[in-house]
Design a protein. Structure first.
Length: 349
């Protein structure tokens, strides 16, 4: 199972689209509702569900495509029972970019609402009263997208409105202060929704809990990002690590492992960095195997002057590699490990 509990289904505009396993909960809910007396029927209900998630996908694609245009790295889009999440591997560089990326999602939803309403008007389909459960399809699409656009403008993380609020607060505050204030406002909104849900609807309670924990998570993640960005690779790298030549046999290196705490070794070939070898890989091969045949030659390297945030996000994070080499003037001068980065992240939290 994927560690974020989702599985890939397609790639759109080069962006990986994933479905969260909990998505099947809403499929079951729709199916049960469809077979109840007065329900839409299973086929109609599944078509409606597919259209709902198509609208959510368009909303998230608007975020992702603009974020990529602004220079952000988009890891993918995950569709959840309560909507979608665009996974960005780095924060927007400026408040203006964050505002644009955040607002474009609701604008896309409002555009879909307007198009559906226009189609309904052209076909003389009534839009009133609002109904998301039955009635004309165009009318339901118009109201659904209007509600999604408006809901996402609630000024609370992790909704788009929370990011819009933070971008506005950043005009006269540092990022950390703006994030803390926006998160605090988000938690207040969440508590209000939970309290209202206790009297009116369980859905409000679920949404309120989602916002409450999402706001706290966003605050922690942003503070970690901000503090890591101020650190350089040289600040935490292991200096002068043990390196091995490509012609070294794995058995010899395993003997060396027993005499050192180092578990990842930059490999040299012709005196230059050529890849990384880890203890786990060594143990999977006969002791006479040459390191050059089993090393991870695709493992990139960073410079001591690179920001820690850049190194963790672009190299260690997505790749899942336990360590990367630090190169300066063509020589291996350090080793940056996931364990050291994780320690800094935990301290930041």
């Amino acid at each position: 199972m994927n560690r974020d509990f989702s599985f890939p289904i397609a790639r759109i505009f080069g962006i990986q689209l994933r479905i969260h396993y909990t998505f099947f909960l809403i499929v079951v809910v729709f199916a049960l509702g469809a077979t109840a007396p007065g329900g839409l029927g299973v086929v109609s209900a599944m078509i409606w569900l597919a259209l709902i998630f198509l609208c959510v996908l368009i909303h998230e694609l608007a975020h992702s495509l603009l974020a990529r245009r602004k220079g952000a790295t988009v890891k993918g889009i995950v569709l959840l029972p309560i909507g979608g999440v665009s996974q960005l591997e780095n924060l927007p560089e400026s408040p203006q970019d964050e505002f644009a990326i955040a607002i474009v999602g609701p604008l896309a939803s409002f555009g879909l609402a307007a198009a559906s309403a226009a189609g309904a008007a052209a076909l003389k389909i009534p839009l009133w009263p609002p109904n998301l459960y039955d009635g004309p399809l165009l009318s339901r699409l118009a109201w659904f997208n209007l509600i999604i656009g408006a809901f996402n403008l609630i000024p609370a993380f992790p909704l788009d409105g929370g990011r819009v609020l933070r971008s506005l607060l950043q005009r006269n505050r540092p990022l950390e202060e703006a994030t803390r204030l926006a998160s605090r406002i988000g938690r207040v909104v969440a508590v209000v929704l939970i309290a209202a849900g206790l009297f009116y609807s369980l859905w409000l309670v679920i949404i309120g809990l989602f916002i409450f924990f999402g706001a706290s998570s966003e605050e922690a993640a942003t503070i970690v990002h901000s503090r890591m960005k101020s650190l350089l690779v040289r600040d935490i790298m292991v200096t002068n690590p043990i390196t091995v030549d490509a012609a070294t046999q794995s058995g010899y290196l395993l003997e060396m492992v027993r005499r050192t705490s180092q578990r990842e070794f930059p490999m040299l070939e012709g005196g230059h960095y050529a890849g990384m070898i880890t203890t786990d890989v060594l143990m999977a091969y006969p002791p006479t195997t040459y390191v050059g045949y089993i090393a991870d030659r695709g493992c990139p390297a960073v410079a001591p002057s690179d920001s820690l945030d850049h190194a963790e996000i672009t190299v260690l994070g997505p790749s899942g590699r336990p360590a990367i080499a630090v190169i300066e003037d063509g020589q291996v001068v350090g080793l940056l490990t996931q364990a050291d980065v994780a320690r800094i992240v935990q301290q930041g939290r």
